[in-house]
Design a protein around this ligand. Structure first.
Ligand SMILES: [Fe+2]
Ligand SMILES: [Fe+2]
Length: 139
């Protein structure tokens, strides 16, 4: 039985290595969370993985946003709102999980998966198209 929730394929690539590597890292973290959930790992372990995932997601979002500001990305406002909504949602889930009022479910795992893949293929590819047009280099 496979414990992998997301299989990375080239269709998720945005053609900036730095960004792809960060997205792959996030995919790895979601897979890790999924594995510990399906293997019934202790709450403390799941909690730590979730916490690390939120921290890394925040780091990744801030990096993208730094480039939006620097190059006056036309859809900055909406994109930042999407990032912010995701962080707020996952952080509040983390708190509820932490105080024992909710548990991880397949719905939560699917939400993380769908959100990330939809975001990468929609919103992220949109800024990439504009940046490629402007010959922006992301390093
Ligand atoms: Fe991204
Ligand atoms: Fe993004």
């Amino acid at each position: 039985m496979t414990k992998v929730l997301i299989n990375w394929t080239d269709k998720y690539s945005v053609d900036y290595d730095v960004i792809d590597n960060q997205h792959k890292e996030l995919v790895g973290m979601i897979n890790n969370l999924y594995a510990s959930f399906t293997e019934g790992k202790a709450d403390e372990i799941v909690e730590d993985i979730l916490k690390e995932m939120i921290k890394y997601t925040d780091y990744h979002f801030k990096m993208e946003e730094k480039y939006f500001d620097k190059y006056n990305y036309s859809d900055t406002k909406l994109h930042k709102e999407q990032h912010n909504d995701f962080i707020v949602k996952v952080t509040s889930f983390y708190r509820e999980f932490n105080n024992g009022s909710v548990t991880i479910t397949y719905d939560i795992m699917n939400f993380l998966r769908e959100w990330l893949l939809t975001h990468i293929q929609g919103s992220d590819k949109k800024y990439v198209a504009e940046f490629k047009n402007k010959n922006v280099n992301i390093v």
